[in-house]
Design a protein around this ligand. Structure first.
Ligand code: BES
Ligand code: MN
Ligand code: ZN
Length: 506
C-alpha cells in the first residue's frame, strides 16, 4: 500500500474518495471548511439539517459533491471534541477504512492528520492512519469456499496543511505501514488452525522469511535431536505427548552499525495447540487454544515490521514451539524434569506448559549476552481476570526496562500495565521434591507464572508480557489481534533512537 503526502487546496484533489473527519457540534476542521466553501456549503448544510450525525464512528458516503474534484466524499464522525483522544481517533480511522475497503475504489485521500489530539503530532497520526488502513484490509478466508471480495484500495493520500508536516507524515506512514503489515502477519499465524500451524510450520515460516529477506535475517532451527543434545528437556517435555515434533526457532537481524552491539532478544511462546496435556482442559472454547502461539506470532510480526523499517538495532527473535497433547508418552503431573539451566522442576500441572518451554528459551538467550530480553506469552487465564482484554500484563526484573515497554505501549497505543514481581511471591513455587514447582496455586497466577520465568532470567534485564487477554477476541469477532506487534516494534525503534542520542553525546 502506498501513502503519498499532499498539501494544497483539498477541493482540487482528484481522488476517487476524499475522507473528511467531522466533530459533533463543533466548527469544521480546516480541510472540511475549505471543501465546504468550494461546494456551496454542502457539509455545513448536512450538519445543520441533521442529515449527518457526527457521532464517533458514524460514516456517510456522499456520491457526488458539487465543486469538488474528488468523485466521492466520505464523512467520518469523530464524536464530541472533548472526548476525542487516542482510542476515539483510532475508532474513527477503523470506521473510515472499513467503509473504504467496501467501496469500488483503488485510491483515496484522507484528512486525518489535522484532527487535534493532545500530545500527538503529525507523524503519530499518519502512523495510525497507515496502520489502520492495513488492518482494515485484512482478510482471513483461506479456508472459505466463497471469499468476500477483496478491497482494491492500494493508495491512501495523506492531506496535510503545511509543507513542514509533509516529511513527518511520510515517515509516520512508513512506520505505520510496516507495523500494520506486521500485525496482519501475526493475525494470520494466530488464526491458522492447529492442524496447519504446527511447530514445524512455524519453522518453515521462519526459513521463508529468512530467504525473502535477502540476507538481512539469519534463521536457525533446532529440531528435537538438537534440543536433546543441548539439554532443553523442559521444552521437550511439553511436546512429548504430541505427534508434532517441537522446535526452537532463532532469527537474527543485525541492523546496528556495530555488529557486536548487544542485541535485544524477543522470546515468543509458540504452543501451537494447548489441550492442557494430561491435566486436560475442559471442552468449552478449547478451540481458542490454537491461539496459544500468539506470543510467537507477535515475534514473527515484529520481525516482519523490522524488516520493513530496517532500524539500526540488533535483534534476536526466538520462538519456542511445541504442541501440548495428552498421550501415553505425555508428561504426567508429578513428573520431575531437568531444565536447560540445570534447575529441576516438578510438573504439578501439565497445563502450565508455557513457562516450561519459555524457561529453556530464556536460558538459550543467555548465549547472546543480550541488552534486554522480552518474552511474550499467552501465559495465564488469571491475566484475563486481572486486566481483561485491554491491557497486556507486564512484569520485569528491571524497572528501566519496564518503563521503556510501558512508554512504547503508550506511543504505539498498544498498552501494557505493570504488575509486581516481588520476592514474596516466589515461595508459592516451592516444591517438596524438586528445585521448584511449575504452578503456584490460585492467588496471583499471573505473578507466580512470571516468578517462575524470573528464575531463568537472572543474568540480563528481562521483562515478560502476558498477552492472554489481548492476543485475540472471542465470540462473533473471533480472531487474533496481532498485539503486541505495535508495542514491540516501537520498543525497538526507541532503542535505535537511544543509540543515536548516545553517539551524539560521545
Ligand atoms: N495457554 C494457557 C493460558 C490461557 C488460558 C490463555 C485461557 C488464554 C486463555 C496456559 O497454558 C494455561 O493453561 N495456564 C494455566 C496455568 C495454571 C494451570 C497454573 C491457567 O491459566 O489456567
Ligand atoms: Mn496450558
Ligand atoms: Zn498454554
Amino acid at each position: 500500500m502506498e501513502f503519498p503526502v499532499r498539501t494544497g487546496n483539498p477541493a482540487k484533489v482528484e481522488s476517487a474518495c476524499i475522507v473528511i473527519p467531522v466533530f459533533k457540534e463543533e466548527a469544521l476542521l480546516p480541510t472540511a471548511s475549505r471543501l465546504d466553501d468550494a461546494s456551496e456549503r454542502l457539509l455545513a448544510q448536512l450538519l445543520e439539517r441533521g442529515d449527518f450525525d457526527a457521532r464517533l464512528g458514524n460514516v456517510q458516503l456522499i456520491p457526488f459533491a458539487p465543486g469538488l474534484s474528488s468523485e466521492r466524499l466520505l464523512l467520518v464522525g469523530l464524536g464530541k471534541r472533548e472526548a476525542c483522544q487516542e482510542t476515539a481517533f483510532r475508532k474513527a480511522l477503523d470506521a473510515a477504512f472499513t467503509a473504504l475497503a467496501g467501496l469500488p475504489v483503488d485510491e483515496a485521500a484522507v484528512a486525518f492528520t489535522e484532527v487535534p489530539l493532545a500530545d500527538r503530532d503529525t507523524a503519530w497520526k499518519a502512523r495510525m492512519v497507515a496502520e489502520a488502513a492495513q488492518r482494515a484490509l485484512y482478510r482471513f478466508d483461506e479456508f472459505k469456499s466463497e471469499k468476500a471480495p477483496a478491497s482494491r484500495l492500494a493508495s491512501v493520500t495523506l492531506l496535510v496543511n503545511d509543507s513542514d508536516d509533509a516529511a513527518a507524515a511520510r515517515e509516520g506512514a512508513r512506520i505505520g505501514d510496516a507495523v500494520g503489515r506486521g500485525i496482519n502477519a501475526a493475525r494470520t499465524l494466530g488464526n491458522l488452525p492447529g492442524n496447519v500451524c504446527t511447530p514445524s510450520y512455524l519453522a518453515e515460516r521462519a526459513e521463508a522469511l529468512g530467504e525473502a529477506s535477502g540476507g538481512a535475517l539469519q534463521v536457525e532451527v533446532l529440531d528435537e535431536e538438537a534440543l536433546e543434545a543441548l539439554g532443553a528437556h523442559s521444552l521437550l517435555s511439553v511436546g512429548r505427548g504430541s505427534e508434532q515434533p517441537s522446535r526452537l526457532i532463532v532469527m537474527t537481524y543485525q541492523g546496528a552499525e556495530d555488529a557486536d552491539e548487544a542485541p535485544h532478544v524477543l522470546v515468543g511462546k509458540g504452543i501451537t495447540f494447548d489441550t492442557g496435556g494430561i491435566s486436560l482442559k475442559p471442552g468449552e472454547a478449547m478451540d481458542e487454544m490454537k491461539f496459544d502461539m500468539c506470543g510467537a506470532a507477535s515475534v514473527f510480526g515484529t520481525v516482519e515490521a523490522v524488516l520493513g523499517i530496517r532500524p539500526k538495532v540488533n535483534l534476536v527473535a526466538i520462538v519456542a514451539a511445541a504442541e501440548n497433547m495428552p498421550d501415553g508418552r505425555a508428561t504426567r503431573p508429578g513428573d520431575i524434569i531437568r531444565t536447560l539451566k540445570g534447575l529441576s522442576v516438578e510438573v504439578l500441572n501439565t497445563d502450565a506448559e508455557g513457562r516450561l518451554v519459555l524457561c529453556d528459551a530464556l536460558t538459550y538467550a543467555e548465549r547472546f549476552t543480550p541488552a534486554s530480553v522480552v518474552d511474550i506469552a499467552t501465559l495465564t487465564g488469571a491475566c484475563i481476570i486481572a486486566l481483561g482484554h485491554h491491557a497486556t500484563g507486564l512484569l520485569a526484573n528491571d524497572d528501566d526496562l519496564a518503563l521503556d515497554l510501558l512508554d512504547a505501549g503508550e506511543a504505539a497505543w498498544d498498552r501494557a500495565w505493570h504488575l509486581p514481581l516481588w520476592d514474596e511471591y516466589q515461595e508459592q513455587l516451592d516444591s517438596n521434591f524438586a528445585d521448584l514447582a511449575n504452578i503456584g496455586g490460585r492467588p496471583a497466577g499471573t505473578i507466580t507464572a512470571a516468578c517462575f520465568l524470573a528464575r531463568f532470567a537472572d543474568s540480563f534485564p528481562w521483562a515478560h508480557l502476558d498477552i492472554a487477554g489481548t492476543a485475540w477476541s472471542s465470540g462473533k469477532q473471533k480472531g487474533a489481534s496481532g498485539r503486541p506487534v505495535g508495542l514491540l516494534t516501537q520498543y525497538l525503534l526507541d532503542r535505535e533512537a537511544d543509540a543515536v542520542v548516545e553517539t551524539e553525546a560521545e
